[in-house]
Write a new protein. Structure first.
Length: 442
């Protein structure tokens, strides 16, 4: 049967909202994106993207031109526009790490104040278990305040996008989690996601609370793998084993798998650190101990200091008078995102010990400058960062760092010292070239 075009409103044009809106328009739906930030809306209408995400700009402009994707600041219009109202506003960490839900609840209230018929409110933001209930209560309160009775359902539909691959992840999802306790809403969501069902069923239907927990459980599991591998790497160093060989050896077991087993400088970004903390707070609030996640977080905090510890082992505790080159600022490649980037811990450690820092990142210098100002030097190229430097530290595995001109590096650095937080190079080869090369777990 031919699928009918659907209309939907998305509240919030941040990472999740914008990608979701553009991708749902791309498969033929009519999408209206609402944001309180008028300058952001003006930019989006002009095709200027607020974030750096491969493929997004083309998708937004194509669908805007086709009239399927629109941006507005008009709340009345947005609420009236569609039965489906997706909430994709931010949930910044609030008091002691618990997610701050004020924007989510405010979005729900503005729907409740204006709705005139059946609405399906879809929580797309990463929100703690129990949020759908709060959203439902907020709407019920607004309706009661207006003295009207209208039907509505609240659905949880968490997003599993990776920065740098968000469009691809949305268009080719490995699963679509929908938590719904309302049959009519379930049918709407099923129809909405029908174009993304490929060779097999992608929709994983469940109850609302389980869907809310699924999002956190997924990120917490991934964070756990990373901290586990970082600790194994530290052990491998002490035992003179090579974590890269161990990684291949364990990844071959399909129960373990190869992905997300890379040791490094610790996980960062806008999701893992925040979600691990928020899940711990949720568990505490319910009197449940999450011993594993406690350790995951502690191991990650420690890992972010690894590069500087290794440098100090080579150069001594005081770095006064030293200049240290740093390749990579973003928390991972293909993004300009500096949120909770491990490079920030590295930079703090270097500056605290009196070093000057000369950093290069292909895209994140602007974002880094907003946080760090002129406390570090921002080099225009990888090689320029090395001029006058005593050592090179690597914090992000950008492709352009993978096969550099090692002769030029050796000529430019004051001493041939590389401390690699991402295991980019072959240790035997670098030692052959005359480098002192320290990596993670090998
Ligand atoms: C993460 C999840 O991977 C997504 O599935 C999820 O949807 C998203 O959070 C979210 O909750 O919105 P993201 O934060 O964009 O996505 O980045 P990842 O690629 O997962 O990397 C997170 C951090 O882990 C990075 O600092 C990365 O360097 C680190 N990492 C990742 C490792 O240290 N080792 C690995 O093997 C993999």
């Amino acid at each position: 049967a031919e699928r009918k075009r659907m209309k939907l409103t998305i509240v919030g044009t941040g990472y999740v909202g914008l990608v979701t809106g553009a991708c749902l328009a791309e498969v033929g739906n009519e999408v209206l994106c609402l944001d309180v930030d008028a300058s952001k809306v003006a930019d989006l209408r002009a095709g200027i993207m607020p974030i750096h995400e491969p493929g997004l700009e083309a998708l937004v402009s194509r669908n805007q031109q086709a009239g399927r994707l629109r941006f507005t600041t008009d709340v009345d219009e947005a609420v009236a526009y569609a039965t489906l109202q997706m909430i994709a506003v931010g949930t910044p960490p609030g008091e002691n790490g618990a997610a701050d839900l004020q924007h989510v609840v405010a979005a729900a209230r503005q729907i409740g104040r204006r709705m005139a018929d059946y609405k399906i409110i879809v929580d797309k933001s990463t929100v703690p278990v129990g949020t759908a209930d709060k959203v439902g209560e907020a709407i019920a309160e607004e309706l009661a305040g207006r003295g009207v009775q209208l039907p509505y359902a609240v659905v949880s539909n968490p997003e599993f996008l990776k920065e740098g691959a968000a469009v691809e992840d949305f268009m080719r999802p490995d699963r679509i989690v929908v938590g719904s306790d309302d049959e009519r809403a379930t049918q709407w969501l099923r129809a909405l996601y029908q174009p993304f069902q490929r060779s097999h069923e992608r929709l994983v239907l469940m109850d609302v609370r389980s869907a809310e927990l699924t999002k956190y459980a997924a990120n917490a599991m991934l964070a756990t793998r990373i901290s586990f591998m970082n600790e194994m790497a530290n052990l491998a160093e002490a035992l003179q084993a090579d974590i890269e060989q161990v990684r291949r050896g364990i990844g071959a077991d399909p129960r373990i798998g190869y992905q997300f087993l890379y040791p490094g400088v610790g996980y960062g970004g806008s999701c893992f650190p925040k979600d691990v903390r928020a899940l711990r707070r949720t568990a505490e609030a319910h009197g449940v101990q999450l011993r594993v996640l406690e350790a995951v977080e502690a191991a990650n905090d420690a890992q972010k200091h690894k590069l500087v510890i290794k440098l100090v082992q080579r150069l001594g505790a005081s770095l006064r008078g030293r200049c240290i080159a740093l390749w990579g600022l973003a928390f991972k490649p293909d993004t300009d995102d500096m949120r909770e980037a491990p490079s920030l811990t590295v930079i703090d450690g270097l500056l605290d010990r009196g070093a000057r820092v000369s950093a290069y990142d292909p895209t994140a210098s602007k974002a880094a400058r907003k946080l760090l100002g002129e406390r570090i030097h921002y080099a225009a190229s990888p090689m320029a960062a090395l001029e006058g430097a005593d050592a090179l530290l690597i914090a992000t595995e950008w492709k352009e760092f993978r096969s550099p001109d090692f002769d030029a590096i050796k000529r430019t650095l004051k001493r041939p010292l590389i401390i690699d937080g991402r295991n980019l190079y072959d240790p035997a080869y670098l030692r052959e070239l005359g480098f002192v090369y320290d990596a993670i777990g090998r």
